[in-house]
Design a protein around this ligand. Structure first.
Ligand SMILES: NC(=O)c1ccc[n+]([C@@H]2O[C@H](COP(=O)([O-])OP(=O)(O)OC[C@H]3O[C@@H](n4cnc5c(N)ncnc54)[C@H](OP(=O)(O)O)[C@@H]3O)[C@@H](O)[C@H]2O)c1
Length: 283
């Protein structure tokens, strides 16, 4: 495993394990246990995934020292204000069974996320959160945010994969010292990514799959990846990406797949924003 050093000195693994769309507690608990056994140390959950407790049970029984693990969770839009964020942070700590969270992220730039971030800054200073960050902050939003807040976010987790390379977003993150992290590193299976001819052909040179090539491409761009799978063989294969290196020509060929937009979500669509606000995770 390789690590990046965040802008506050905290180390983050270059590859972690995502648990979005794993609502069944038993499935989630087993997947996280399989991932930790396979060598993953970063687990990416969210209050909105409704599986923090299952992640917490896997952590409790994994046998790996707490300081070796890097646990991320996220603040949902329903709790996006100074007062609500204070409670939400404590709820996530309780759900996960932890006394600190390694990285706590604003899940979406919606609602009163400036107020919520002040609560996160306080919890960070109190040692409850080792690093604080953001997600889905497109370049103009991240720029405004970094020009406003006291503590520059350590991480911005956004959709990044070969079909949405996010070159401009990476430039802005670099300017502010924000670590990029890719959600949907497999484009959630879109674009026939697992059998894509370009990724497959490149992988054949190294005895690697299209999936492994897609992860390696992001890793070589300095982007943290958090692939999700509930299949143990895939979980193992997805972390087996540190024994080969893509050439500049491989990288250029993959860069050429960029469509320049997402085909998963559209944060500029009012219907999407309304849908996100309508998702309630508690009473
Ligand atoms: N911040 C945000 O707004 C946001 C949004 C989305 C996701 N995320 C985070 O990012 C993580 C990853 O993104 P994601 O889960 O949306 O999508 P993803 O990792 O791009 O893709 C997951 C899909 O790929 C399949 N898969 C995984 N490895 C495979 C392999 N080696 N071969 C074939 N199929 C494979 C999985 O199926 P199986 O499980 O059946 O193997 C699943 O259907 C999430 O789990 C979550 O932690 C954050």
């Amino acid at each position: 495993m390789i690590y990046h050093t965040l802008n506050n000195g905290v180390k983050i693994p270059a590859l972690g394990f995502g648990v979005f769309q794993v609502p069944d507690p038993a499935v989630c608990e087993k997947a996280v246990s399989d991932a930790i056994a396979a060598g993953y140390r970063l687990i990416d959950t969210a209050a909105a995934y409704m599986n923090e407790e299952a992640v917490g049970r896997s952590i409790a029984k994994c046998g790996v020292a707490r300081e070796e693990l890097f646990i991320t969770t996220k603040l949902w839009v329903q709790d996006m204000s100074y007062e609500k964020a204070k409670d939400a942070i404590n709820t996530s700590l309780k759900n996960l069974g932890l006394d600190y969270i390694d990285l706590y992220i604003i899940h979406q730039p919606m609602g009163d996320y400036y107020g919520a971030y002040r609560a996160m800054e306080e919890a960070y200073r109190a040692g409850k959160l080792k690093a604080i960050g953001v997600s889905n902050f497109y370049p103009h939003i991240l720029t405004d945010f970094c020009e406003t807040v006291d503590i520059i976010p350590a991480v911005n987790q956004i959709e990044i994969h070969p079909f949405f390379a996010q070159t401009k977003a990476l430039e802005v993150m670099k300017e502010y010292g924000v670590q990029p992290e890719a959600w949907g590193p497999f484009a959630e299976g879109k674009h026939s990514i697992f059998t894509h001819p370009v990724l497959t052909k490149i992988g054949e040179k190294y005895g690697k799959s299209a999936a492994q090539v897609a992860l390696r491409w992001n890793i070589q761009r300095g982007v943290v990846v958090i692939p999700k799978s509930t299949h143990v063989e895939r979980i193992k294969a997805n972390i087996d990406v540190f024994d080969f290196e893509l050439t500049p020509a491989d990288m250029a060929e993959i860069n050429a797949l960029d469509l320049g937009h997402s085909e998963i979500v559209d944060h500029t669509d009012p219907a999407f924003v309304k849908m996100i606000h309508s998702l309630k995770i508690h009473g």
